[in-house]
Write a protein that binds this ligand. Structure first.
Ligand SMILES: Cc1ncc(COP(=O)(O)O)c(C=O)c1O
Length: 387
């Protein structure tokens, strides 16, 4: 067993010091502002189009503010609550309302109260709904969401639930062109897409659909799905994804389109750490004060496929032996549900004991926003640090 570096050694020391100072008794989400800013700027500097943040992955106030400060101007929102949140921080932010199934009330409020003009559809019914609720507005920007063939190299296939067939997408482009001021096509290859070629084939498919539709299209949105390097996963660098996107856009004659992407995980996962406490140890199983109904929902969902890096902060650092061996642990969450377990293996020093804390890193996406209060274990804290 080996120790997985959680964060850079300097930051690790500062986080350990922070934990020893605050002695957290409930789970704490720590977000690292410089990492959020760096990830955001890297995407903005290298993606050949407009970068939107998928707010659903981390709607924390300070995270959104850090992104705005780093130069992000455009957001992908999935609900009216996310739209209200963004507008509170940045009245001038541009928002794309990218859920294919919107309530009539949400469409009305988005259009009339928050000046949202960009909506996505994958059915004709949704287009009619948008037209009706905006009083046949003539300044709508409509994206058609197309489904991709099943992506086995993603953690979740995002075309299983949303997106029109190729034929249906071409038809929707044709119909939407008649009523919108700007027309786009979009796809999402699936979250944590580990093969950049999926973007190339997605763009090829988009090109075929545009030709089939017979109408002029103005924009292409290649979704999110850009992965992060969880332990044990061999992830190509972002530059390979960008290269494949650029090549596809050129190869299929789409360079004239306005290009968008909407990453979530890739902008915030590596900036987040979750600090949990060991409440009991039974052999190689650690019972924690957080689990799959809390900040570890993803650790459970994809336990077989990817794990989070972990490290131990001992409650009694003076008693810790030098060069302590590492052994594989399993985790159990605090609720009474037997599903609330994570098989790991999570390598930690063999002396891990009740009262020690575990830092779980790369946990900044789909984490604190997915928490529940199940069994009364919802209490947690959120902190932003500037290192
Ligand atoms: C429409 C849409 N865009 C973007 C994202 C962000 O995806 P990811 O976090 O994989 O980048 C999601 C995730 O659910 C989504 O549904």
């Amino acid at each position: 067993m080996f120790s997985i570096p959680v964060v850079d050694p300097g930051a690790q020391r500062r986080i350990e010091k922070l934990i020893r100072r605050i002695h957290p008794t409930c789970p704490v989400h720590i977000f690292r502002k410089p990492i959020i800013e760096r990830k955001t700027r890297t995407f903005i500097d290298h993606f050949p189009g407009t970068v939107m943040f998928a707010v659903k992955s981390n709607p924390d106030d300070d995270v959104l503010l850090a992104m705005l400060r780093a130069g992000l101007t455009t957001f992908d929102a999935a609900s009216i609550e996310e739209i209200r949140l963004i507008k509170r921080f940045s009245p001038s932010a541009r928002i794309h309302f990218m859920h294919t199934v919107k309530s009539r009330e949400a469409i009305r409020e988005a259009y009339f109260d928050h000046q949202v003009r960009v909506f996505v559809i994958d059915t004709l019914d949704e287009l009619h709904k948008i037209l009706h609720e905006t009083n046949l507005a003539n300044d709508l920007e409509i994206f058609v969401r197309m489904a991709l063939p099943k992506n086995k190299e993603a953690a979740v296939d995002f075309s299983a639930k949303f997106g029109a067939t190729a034929k249906g997408s071409a038809f929707l482009l044709h119909e939407a062109r008649l009523v919108c001021s700007k027309l786009g096509l979009m796809f999402h290859p699936g979250t944590q897409s580990t093969n950049p070629d999926i973007f190339y084939s997605g763009i090829k498919m988009a090109s075929d659909i545009i030709i089939r539709s017979g109408v002029t299209v103005d924009a292409l949105d290649v979704g999110g799905g850009f992965p992060v390097p969880y332990p044990g996963q061999d992830i190509p660098p972002l530059s390979r994804y960008i290269d494949r996107i650029k090549s596809a856009v050129e190869d299929f004659g789409l360079s004239h389109l306005d290009l968008y992407c909407e990453p979530g995980r890739a902008l915030c996962a590596e900036a987040g750490l979750l600090v949990v406490r060991i409440e009991q140890r039974k052999d190689k199983t650690l019972y924690l004060n957080d689990g799959i109904y809390g900040g570890l929902i993803e650790a459970a969902k994809w336990a077989g496929e990817f794990r989070f890096p972990v490290s131990l902060v001992s409650r009694h650092p003076d008693l810790v032996p030098d060069n302590a061996p590492f052994i594989p642990f399993r985790f159990c969450g605090p609720t009474c549900d037997s599903l609330d377990r994570m098989k790991g293996p999570f390598p930690l020093p063999a002396h891990a004991a009740e009262g020690d804390w575990i830092i779980i890193s790369m946990n900044g996406a789909y984490s604190q926003c997915c928490r529940t209060n199940f069994n009364g274990f919802g209490l947690h804290k959120v902190m932003m640090v500037d290192f």
